[in-house]
Design a protein around this ligand. Structure first.
Ligand code: EPZ
Length: 423
């Protein structure tokens, strides 16, 4: 069977500007929120990604009419749902599909959604989603790998999350906006993508306050009014490109950086000695890779250091003289890029959920394998610097979250092409 890989010939002179597209993790819940209310929506600055195409398929299977107006703009018509079942076939491709449960319950009080499987980085249960639904009055029944939900009297309530889960917060928000009365979510996730979802819903007439804090108050409303909305830039793609900029001594500028979306990440880089200039949303640096110092980082829920930037950060740390450390506290198995980076000459050891990184002069080219979309990106970055030919396998992971990455990198001098390999 043929699958795609990237062939990279590293060591080329890289210089130019990388542009950040719309946020995948904001676009997915906002697209899904159009299930809640009938009417016509326009979404702009939607990234051109595999996950978006997968989601469009799922939403069409539920009855939405979705028209791509331009590369990054979509018109969505909700004339009512023709199916209330999100099938395993579609949900297994992308766990974020489970977010359709809250909106479908808000739309008509009923939903049947396949339990998302685990994935490479962890078991990723949905117990917190279900806890929130039950608190709002939903009767939940789990059988044959599906979660069935029914609610007659959707009543506002108080939901306290043991952990600030991004998906559980989003699912409960999208249900609570149509509940009778007020819902308070304590220990809500505070990622900027949640803020974007809340701003979208408020633009439709929802009454959500406390946005950006860990405590959300949601006054349920009778009806939401569909609207046009533009998605925020992708802070994780921005962070990935900022790592590339530092790897190439500032020869790359990054367009579409919103500092406050990745404050903890940028301040960690400044702790390493990086100096940035951000004018509007254009970031540049003059810091040389050789000037950076080793640091410790710990992934935390927002506003802490983002787990999605753990692997790109590790690629950078692998090139910094001295010993750095990263502790992964969000997912139980998110170090699968470590043996791959070590195949490329990095010197990283793992002690439980801590990676100890001893800097080396450079990577050496090798054949490696992506294990999740961010790990794939971190291997591609390493391949750009390593002399010789690096092959990054399983790039379908990367296509999920990085829009047209090889074109963007080629435009700044990289020798990278998409090839087919026999497996
Ligand atoms: C979102 O996943 C993102 N995905 C992930 O990005 C990101 O890594 C993650 O948040 C953390 O920031 C999207 O937004 C589509 P969680 P999500 O619920 O919602 C546990 C990427 O790179 N948990 O905050 O699934 C869970 O097992 C992806 O784009 C429960 O135990 O993250 C995990 O250990 C990768 N029970 C932790 O919480 C639950 O009910 C964080 O999960 C839910 C989650």
């Amino acid at each position: 069977m043929n699958v795609e890989a990237f062939r990279i010939v590293g060591g080329k002179k890289i210089a130019g500007e990388l542009t950040v597209d719309g946020s995948k993790n904001a676009a997915l819940p906002i697209f899904i929120a159009t299930l809640i209310e009938k009417g016509t929506y326009i979404l702009n600055n939607v990234p051109d990604l595999r996950d978006i195409r997968t989601l469009v398929q799922l939403l069409e299977s539920l009855g939405l009419e979705i028209e791509r107006m331009e590369k990054n703009s979509y018109k969505i018509k909700n004339n009512g749902l023709k199916s209330l079942t999100a099938s395993y076939e579609l949900v297994k491709k992308m766990r974020a599909s489970f977010l359709v449960m809250g909106p479908m319950l808000a739309h008509c009080g009923e939903a049947k959604v396949s339990l998302p499987g685990g994935c490479a980085i962890g078991s990723r249960p949905v117990d917190l989603h279900l806890k929130g639904f039950e608190a709002l009055g939903v009767k939940i029944n789990i059988s044959h790998g599906y979660v069935e939900g029914k609610v007659e009297d959707l009543k506002g309530t108080r939901v306290v999350f043991d952990f600030p889960s991004v998906g559980a917060t989003e699912n409960v928000i999208m249900l609570a906006v149509k509940a009778n009365g007020k819902t308070v979510i304590e220990n809500a996730a505070r990622e900027p993508e949640i803020d974007d979802l809340c701003n979208f819903l408020n633009k439709m007439g929802a009454k959500i306050s406390g946005i950006g804090t860990g405590r959300l108050e949601i006054e349920g409303v009778e009806r939401l009014v569909p609207c046009e909305y533009s998605i925020i830039p992708d802070r994780i793609v921005a962070g990935t490109f900022i790592v590339a900029s530092l790897m190439f001594d500032g020869a790359i500028t990054v367009k579409g950086v919103v500092r406050e979306h990745i404050e903890s990440f940028i301040s960690k880089l400044e702790e390493m000695g990086a100096v940035f200039e951000i004018k509007g949303e254009l970031l540049s640096t003059k810091t040389k890779l050789s000037e950076l110092k080793p640091v410790r980082a710990i992934t935390r829920p927002h506003p802490g250091f983002p787990t999605d930037l753990q692997s790109p950060m590790m690629t950078l740390m692998a090139l910094v003289k001295g010993t750095s450390e990263i502790k992964e506290t969000i997912f139980e198995n998110r170090f699968m890029h470590v043996p791959e980076l070590n195949r490329m000459g990095a010197n990283i050891t793992i002690d439980a959920n801590i990676a100890i990184i001893d800097g080396v002069d450079n990577f050496s080219s090798a054949e490696v394998m992506a294990s999740d979309l961010r790990a794939g990106a971190s291997l591609i970055l390493a391949g750009l610097l390593a002399e010789g030919e690096t092959i990054v396998n399983r790039i379908y992971h990367v296509d999920r979250g990085y829009e047209n990455l090889e074109e963007k990198l080629r435009a700044i001098g990289a020798n990278i092409e998409r090839i087919k390999v026999e497996i």
